[in-house]
Design a protein around this ligand. Structure first.
Ligand SMILES: *[C@@H]1O[C@H](CO)[C@@H](O)[C@H](O)[C@H]1NC(C)=O
Ligand SMILES: *[C@@H]1O[C@H](CO)[C@@H](O)[C@H](O)[C@H]1NC(C)=O
Ligand SMILES: *[C@@H]1O[C@H](CO)[C@@H](O)[C@H](O)[C@H]1NC(C)=O
Ligand SMILES: *[C@@H]1O[C@H](CO)[C@@H](O)[C@H](O)[C@H]1NC(C)=O
Ligand SMILES: *[C@@H]1O[C@H](CO)[C@@H](O)[C@H](O)[C@H]1NC(C)=O
Length: 349
């Protein structure tokens, strides 16, 4: 967004110079590295811009404090809706830090030094309009308490979170995107059950040994790769009506751990089961388009996993099939497969 604004201003620049007063002085001083103009701005709506931040007059509800070596939270004028604090070294968010910031809609705090102990129990409590909260790449060991129920997009990946409890996400009816990848989660119970708007869940690169229970039914994308999952629950995917992308690469899945017909569900577009311990190609729906099975221990090309009957209308919609790094070769693909896999443009073996 900022890039767009700067672009717009630079195209208008020649016009502004023809007037005596240059309203874009703030832009030049940003470029020359000074930040002292901030406090000179008119305080029309709830507090001046702190010296260490930029509040563009053309976009007065945004405050840019990113990448400035900050170690503590700045004062935040109450008018601010979009707050950029990423890429600093902020260590704490005390209960008082956001008391005036009740209009915040976006709060970007990724790439800081936040630890869970240094986030007040009520730090985020009053942010009743907050929709995006970015906390990825910090040093958190738990999900902060009392996160606003209004959140739509919560990113808290690349921390050290070990446990997630039902209270963490309770009542977050509008949460659509949840990034939890690259943490140390071993256990999440039924903590995701109430997230009825959730469409994208990324819990890859954690320490899960099973699929979380009570996954929300509106998921479109489910990313579980790089965990230690060795088996799947019965009818694991049949509850979902919108699910299109399932990624479970780099787990410990075996044939025995996968109940029959688990992946034979319509709607699925992409299924990634690469880098597991499968010895057979699991049966999949004819509507699946991309299937990744490379680096397993597959010993046989079972055409029946893709088509049970082949006729004019009944064939696999598979376009990508990767089987490289298994125990089969090109000679194992039966010639009839061209009828069934007639749309496959890439078969790697
Ligand atoms: C909040 O606003 C009050 C009243 O304007 C002010 O005294 C206080 O310093 C502000 N606190 C923060 C953290 O900005
Ligand atoms: C956060 O983690 C990094 C990397 O593990 C470490 O260097 C840094 O000291 C930690 N910061 C705090 C405040 O704990
Ligand atoms: C979810 O969004 C709707 C529509 O924008 C809003 O009315 C409702 O209050 C939100 N729910 C929560 C829990 O904030
Ligand atoms: C998938 O399920 C359908 C019916 O639900 C069945 O007709 C078909 O044979 C199954 N596909 C495979 C590959 O087992
Ligand atoms: C495909 O074949 C299956 C099994 O023979 C049959 O149940 C299904 O109706 C066929 N689908 C189409 C679109 O012909």
């Amino acid at each position: 967004m900022r890039a767009a604004i700067v672009f717009l201003l630079s195209t208008l620049l020649p016009l502004s110079l023809s007037h005596g007063r240059d309203p874009f002085a703030w832009l030049y001083s940003r470029r020359s590295g000074g930040y002292n103009y901030g406090s000179l701005q008119a305080d029309t709506t709830g507090g001046a811009c702190p010296d260490e931040c930029d509040c563009p007059p053309t976009f007065p509800v945004a405050m840019y404090c990113d990448g400035r070596g900050l170690t503590a939270m700045p004062a935040i004028p109450s008018r601010i809706k979009y707050l950029y604090l990423q890429n600093n070294a902020i260590t704490a968010v005390p209960d008082s830090a956001l008391v005036n910031a009740t209009n915040l809609v976006w709060l970007m705090m990724h790439h800081n030094q936040l630890t869970s102990d240094a986030i007040g129990m009520k730090a985020f409590l009053k942010l009743e309009a907050l929709e995006r909260l970015y906390l990825q790449h910090n040093n958190l060991t738990s999900i902060p308490s009392n996160l606003p129920r209004s959140l739509r997009d919560l990113r808290i990946n690349n921390n050290n979170i070990e446990k997630i409890t039902p209270a963490n996400f309770e009542g977050m009816d509008n949460l659509t995107i949840l990034y939890l990848h690259e943490n140390a989660v071993t256990e999440m119970g039924i903590s995701l059950k109430d997230l009825k708007s959730l469409t994208l869940l990324d819990i890859s690169s954690n320490k899960l040994t099973k699929v979380p229970e009570g996954l929300p039914e509106n998921l479109h994308q489910l990313y579980l790769e790089s965990n230690s999952i060795d088996s799947l629950p019965e009818s694991f995917l049949s509850r979902f009506t919108q699910l299109q992308y399932v990624r479970m690469a780099h787990n410990q899945l075996t044939d025995k751990g996968i109940p029959p017909n688990t992946f034979n569900v319509t709607g699925l577009v992409e299924l990634d089961l690469s880098f597991n311990k499968l010895e057979r190609i699991p049966p999949v729906s004819t509507t699946l388009q991309h299937l990744y099975l490379q680096a397993n221990q597959i010993k046989e090309f079972t055409l029946g996993s893709f088509c049970t009957a082949v006729d004019v209308t009944n064939f696999s919609k598979l376009r990508t099939l990767r089987l490289d790094g298994n125990e089969i070769g090109q000679q194992d693909i039966p010639s009839e497969s061209t009828l069934c896999l007639r749309q496959a443009s890439t078969i790697e073996i």
